[in-house]
Design a binder for this molecule. Sequence first.
Ligand SMILES: NC(=O)c1ccc[n+]([C@@H]2O[C@H](COP(=O)([O-])OP(=O)(O)OC[C@H]3O[C@@H](n4cnc5c(N)ncnc54)[C@H](OP(=O)(O)O)[C@@H]3O)[C@@H](O)[C@H]2O)c1
Length: 271
Amino acid sequence: MEGRVVLITGASSGIGAATARWLARHGMRVVLTARRQDRLEALAQEIRARGGTAMAIPADLADPSARQALVCQAEAAWGPVEVLINNAGFGYYGTVQETPWEVIERMFAVNILAMIHLVQLVVPGMRQLGRGHIVNIASVAGHIAAPPLTVYAATKFAVVGFSEGLRRELAPHGIHVTVISPGPVRTEFGRAASGLDVDPNTVPGGLDPEAVARAIRRALQRPVPEIVIPARYLPAIWINRAFPRLVDWGAAQHGRTWLRHLEEARGRKEG
Ligand SMILES: NC(=O)c1ccc[n+]([C@@H]2O[C@H](COP(=O)([O-])OP(=O)(O)OC[C@H]3O[C@@H](n4cnc5c(N)ncnc54)[C@H](OP(=O)(O)O)[C@@H]3O)[C@@H](O)[C@H]2O)c1
């Protein structure tokens, strides 16, 4: 991994920041991107202070020209991107009906369109090198869709499907593709999805973002098609696929309870 250039999206917090720290510690040259420049600069400085190599390039990945400028700037500085970690993403807690249309468009733009576009932008460099690895962050919600994250789940189902096809398309060129599907992780995801001041540490049964970072590193060392983390979600994924009716009732019930709590919390915030 030593000296390889890795581009990590969504590196200003959560899984992306933890992955950047982890991969820099193992000698990779990390290009950090997200919108919040102050956070990226602080993380790049922290990595450099520990003897690592990092560069921050702020970009709004909903904007196609920003994606293009990002890859141009990274490759002009350090040469072809050999590893791409497509991690940037967000969700929105709400029914399909009440999710604002602009949020839906933005979610698809960041969670899946940016991913596909970045792949188009970095693959020529990987093919020139004759090797590469693309890691796409999906979710357990990319296998089991339920309210209040139905739209988000649609973006993550797309990530899982895209990664499967891409893996088959790029294998002959020596480029690996891995999709990582985490369960709940203690990050700022809930804050962004709810618009409320949710403490990441209160995510029930939430994984430490470091655990996902370690899974990513394992996948880079020994490429596999997919990692579901924690693995205890695998039976639920199989049951949902084989017996969807069995899961329907519980998922709908859980969604209704969640939405009621959310409505109350949003009401308290406004009132
Ligand atoms: N936390 C979970 O429970 C969980 C579970 C499964 C999968 N995931 C997935 O894991 C990935 C990372 O999320 P996280 O949990 O680490 O949440 P997070 O702490 O909220 O991080 C999300 C990252 O995405 C970036 N981002 C959002 N919109 C962006 C945009 N328009 N342009 C560029 N960057 C953007 C954010 O940076 P800026 O705001 O600075 O732009 C931030 O760095 C996401 O794809 C998420 O769907 C999370």
